[in-house]
Design a protein around this ligand. Sequence first.
Ligand code: ADP
Ligand code: MG
Length: 255
Amino acid sequence: TGKDDVVLKTDGVTKSFGGLRANNDVSIEVERGSITGMIGPNGAGKSTLFNIISGFYEEDAGSVYVNDTDVTDMEPHEIAGEGLIRTFQTPRKLEGMTVREAMLLGPQEQIGESITALFSAPDRVGEQERRNLEQAEEMLERFEISDLARSPATEISGGQLKLVELARAMLAEPDILLLDEPVAGVNPTLANKLSTFITDLNEEGITFLIIEHDLEFLMEIADPIIVLDQGEILVEGDPEAVQNDQRVLDAYLGG
Ligand code: ADP
Ligand code: MG
């Protein structure tokens, strides 16, 4: 489709749950350096697509490429190794962990070696773990949540948790970050902060693919925007065009 440097590509991704086709022949390309938005009514298949891209669901058909590598049959942690990290619409409850400890979980919610060591043999935390901890502290600082480091991860607000998720994702040094509804349930002040962080990171070279219900949020930072409806791509274009597209208005009214 004329994009010159594609960091993420799906080719004909199809997925059914029982009789329901959640993704039907979905082909997208995300250009390196872009903040690409993804919208669509509830149940359109957005999260399913993220789950397939990041290796959490197995597709019925189709392929996924990250940096031109075929990752279709890879495990989530392997896909993370190829440079793609995602966050979850509903972050896992991080029971019994402080925010600092949660930061040391590996990418894609894998339990990292560092945290295993911290829990099983806290006195024998090695050089690598110390470095990880240092990077985690730096990242907490960058996202202005250092004061939460010692808080139980279950006791911070939903908005703060989204910041922790973003900070944690960044520790994996991704080429592309997939965010599933980053501002859902987040207060406007924090949402503004989040959009500043995202645009800053983007200027530093991180590509984003962001699912979001809050159109206002997405319209300000994303271009292009892909619209998914009933498992299929309905429209792709710049925010203005998408916002004024009758098919998009119909999809939201009909949904
Ligand atoms: P969106 O994120 O756009 O709201 P989803 O991808 O979560 O949509 O869901 C698309 C459709 O697939 C919905 O009808 C949903 O109920 C269904 N679905 C998603 N995940 C599963 C699953 N694990 N098992 C069964 N049905 C699912
Ligand atoms: Mg969803």
